[in-house]
Design a protein around this ligand. Structure first.
Ligand SMILES: Nc1ncnc2c1ncn2[C@@H]1O[C@H](COP(=O)(O)OP(=O)(O)O)[C@@H](O)[C@H]1O
Ligand SMILES: [Mg+2]
Length: 382
């Protein structure tokens, strides 16, 4: 659907920051129905401002192509973290699993309840709550991205069946069957993530090398959570089962309700974790990966700074890593972060600098003239 780029934005006074640009594929940018919906959804997403949501910074069209600029989160996405854990045979501790899902729920609670200036609910639903859209910064922050974008993807009709199926593993039954849905659909997806983090397995199994079929998501046959070493197991199971109820009416009524349940469980069982500790855990277990990623990012950032924007087929953030099949997500062949093409890099540089530059030039000329005049007067006086 899109290509992801690392970009650099500059301000008039020389401030700069790295950001991520999602360029929508031309075939989709040209589809008016898709573009209209995507623009509508991205506009809604741009209104969201919350610590657990990747901030949308800009939405625009360049040479006919739609793009969304957003905050850059330096870290792993959850799918990538699980792959790395599987490869290194590191278990994700229970308290961190619960922290990640709680932070996602915090974001959903805020977004689902968001109202416009006149107090009307905006009706925002994420629609694609899945591990690849949960970003974990090396500081331990948890942020979700791609709010509402799946809606456009579903309606555009231009996505290949594989691309749609690639998303089925975390879809609620109502989303998979194309029915009307509300925030409780996102809770189901959260339930799948929770189920998988707790069990270390995929909930829906697909034949080797294939993505989960849409029909699997529609059937929503939920296997019981495998027995594990969880404290107060019944309580945890009941939270997971309620989130994964087939009928939305039987799930938690809202993200806040589910969050409160989880929070109660966490407090009762002394499983509270903080982003600080998650960040430390990531740094401890993936120190070399982090150093490698940072080094690669620095190279990219330098290339961007010196405008050497040659094509860079980067595996940045996303080296495909083998892991036990249980944790292996179906591979998606989406190109990963690479530098921004020069045309878009220019788009991101603010063009409103011109008047200020002219002003400072005039000021310099005026000061120079005054100095020359002063020198001339001194000379004549002598
Ligand atoms: N704002 C961001 N900051 C850092 N990494 C990002 C950001 N947005 C996307 N990514 C990375 O790019 C990957 C691909 O994103 P995306 O095109 O949305 O594909 P997917 O369908 O796999 O979510 C994400 O899984 C994530 O690792
Ligand atoms: Mg995504």
């Amino acid at each position: 659907m899109a290509r992801i780029y690392l970009g650099r934005a500059e301000t008039d006074l020389g401030g700069e920051r790295l950001l991520v640009i999602k360029r929508i594929l031309p075939i989709l940018s040209d589809n008016t129905e898709f573009s209209r919906l995507l623009v509508d959804e991205a506009k809604l997403a741009a209104r969201l401002s919350h610590g657990n949501i990747v901030q949308v910074l800009d939405l625009g069209r360049h040479d006919g192509e739609l793009y969304i600029a957003m905050e850059y989160v330096e870290g792993f996405d959850l799918r990538e973290l699980l792959r790395r854990c599987a490869k290194e045979q590191i278990g994700l501790p229970l308290d961190f699993s619960l922290l990640i899902v709680s932070e996602v729920l915090r974001a959903l609670d805020y977004a689902h309840k968001k109202r416009d200036e006149t107090g009307q609910p905006l009706g925002i639903v994420h629609r694609d709550v899945s591990p690849s859209n949960v970003l974990l910064s090396f500081e331990g922050e948890v942020k979700i991205c791609d709010f509402g974008i799946a809606r456009a993807a579903g309606v555009g009709g231009e996505l290949s069946p594989e691309a749609i199926r690639g998303k089925a593993a975390y879809m609620s039954p109502e989303a998979a069957s194309g029915e009307a849905l509300d925030g409780r659909s996102d809770l189901f997806s959260c339930g799948i993530i929770l189920w998988e983090l707790l069990s270390g397995q995929r909930l829906y199994r697909a034949p080797e090398g294939q993505a989960v079929a849409l029909e699997t998501a529609i059937r929503a046959e939920i296997r019981p959570l495998p027995a594990g070493d969880y404290p107060d197991e019944e309580r945890l199971r009941s939270i997971v089962n309620q989130a994964l109820a087939r009928q939305p009416a039987q799930r938690h009524a809202s993200a806040r309700e589910m969050l409160k349940e989880l929070d109660g469980y966490v407090t009762q069982n002394k499983l509270a974790a903080s982003p600080l500790r998650l960040g430390e855990w990531l740094t401890r277990h993936f120190a070399t990966d982090i150093v490698d990623l940072r080094r690669e990012r620095e190279v990219l950032a330098k290339q961007l700074a010196s405008a050497e924007l040659g094509p860079y087929a980067s595996s940045y953030l996303h080296a495909e890593l083998p892991g036990p099949p249980s944790l292996q997500a179906p591979a998606l062949d989406i190109p990963r972060l690479s530098p921004l093409p020069p045309s878009l890099a220019r788009t991101m540089e603010r063009s409103s600098g011109a008047p200020e530059r002219t002003q400072s030039l005039l000021l310099t000329i005026a000061v120079a003239l005054l100095l020359a005049l002063g020198a001339l007067t001194l000379y004549l006086l002598r």
